[in-house]
Design a binder for this molecule. Structure first.
Ligand code: SAH
Length: 354
């Protein structure tokens, strides 16, 4: 779907009209509208796109995810399973993971949760026999699930609450012509603020992501009912915590999130503390967050890089650079974190110690 094909006009005009008619909108509504349009209309990944994810850096990433899942499945006595991926991008992670799983004797049917038509088309090239759903409701309910979500939760909408002299109030988005500006709403949220943040200094921001919690709870319900496990990888923190993490990325650079909605990737850091709490309340076991670098080393990225280098010596420098980018403390190794969730009775996934 192109901008011109939309009879209601370009996205900024549509958001501006909604604000003019009904007043400033919550940040979550702005972020949701912007990202739905953004992902629906392009493949944003890779050097010629807006950002590069771990599976696009090296095949080692998806292979190690696949081997971790195959190991877990093996220790769970090899039940029939489905592979499920949330927001699979170009399908690269899935293709690499499925190849590695196949070498370990695991060949599950593949189900992608994806709402972007543009990315579904890319995914179909990488994994032709996949099936697609818009949400977890469409995923089969008959067998255990092996679920992967890499850089999925960061793209889901957040709300921001701001501490003011009058108390905690919500950050909203207003507009002047088609210029969007963050403003502060009047409603006071103090009663729902966790006690440790009540006295935070003025200007402090507390983020929540209602859609992330809703999806996590739906996933938990399925894992409880069917068995299985989920591996969630993203940049984030063990929150809740004070901090403004909203960012917009376009052409591999940070841009203003309130300019050109729908033309940049809007994300926020993932509050793993809250996701883990939600999983445990539902009855799942939760492990992590562990830093991505330590996790990949535990899963064997060093020997995998060595083996790749032996079979393609001319690519030695590229392979070493990719390994360092995925694991280095100053690259993705510390900022990105991994959480595993399992149904009760399932083994502890590799990479989470014992
Ligand atoms: N996991 C991939 C892509 C990350 S980009 C990788 O690591 O390369 C985020 C992905 O989530 C995209 O595929 C995007 O279309 C999808 N996505 C974002 N919001 C979504 C939503 N609300 N429902 C389903 N998919 C969504």
């Amino acid at each position: 779907m192109t901008e011109q094909a939309n009879p209601d006009g370009p996205l900024p005009e549509r958001i501006a009209r909604a604000i003019t008619l009904a007043g400033p909108i919550p940040l979550s509504q702005y972020m949701g509208a912007a990202n739905t349009h953004y992902y629906a209309t392009r493949d944003p990944l890779g050097t010629r796109g807006d950002f590069t994810t771990a599976p696009e850096i090296s095949q080692m990433f998806g292979e190690l995810v696949g081997l971790a899942l195959a190991d877990l499945w093996d220790r769970a006595d090899r039940p029939d399973c489905h592979y499920v991926e949330l927001g699979p991008g170009r399908g690269t992670l899935a293709a690499d993971a499925l190849r590695a799983m196949r070498s370990a004797g695991l060949t599950p049917p593949v189900h992608f949760v994806e709402n972007s038509p543009a990315l579904r088309a890319e995914q179909a090239k990488a994994v032709p026999d996949a099936e697609w759903s818009l949400d977890l409701v469409g995923i089969p309910d008959d067998k255990p699930l092996l679920v992967v979500a890499n850089e999925f939760f960061d793209a889901l909408p957040i709300r921001q609450l701001v501490k003011t002299q009058q108390g905690w109030r919500e950050r909203l988005v207003a507009c002047q012509d088609t210029l969007f500006i963050p403003v502060i709403g009047n409603t006071i949220f103090d009663p729902i603020i966790p006690p440790q943040f009540r006295d935070a200094e003025d200007g402090s921001i507390l983020e929540t992501s209602p859609p992330s919690v809703a999806i996590l709870r739906a996933l938990a319900a399925r894992l409880l009912q069917q068995g299985g496990a989920a591996i969630v990888i993203d940049y984030g923190y063990a929150g809740p915590a004070i901090g403004d993490t909203l960012q917009a990325v376009r052409g591999h650079a940070y841009v203003n999130p309130f300019e050109d909605p729908g033309e940049a990737d809007l994300t926020a850091h993932v509050d793993f503390g809250t996701l883990i709490e939600a999983a445990r309340v539902e009855g799942l076991e939760a492990y992590g967050p562990v830093p991505q670098g330590a996790w990949l080393r535990d899963l064997g990225i060093e020997p995998r890089a060595d083996a790749l280098t032996r079979s393609s010596p001319d690519r030695a420098a590229d392979i070493a650079a990719a390994r360092d980018r995925l694991t280095g403390d100053d690259a993705m190794g510390e900022l990105f974190k991994v959480v595993a969730l399992t149904a009760p009775g399932w083994p502890i996934p590799a990479g989470f110690g014992e």
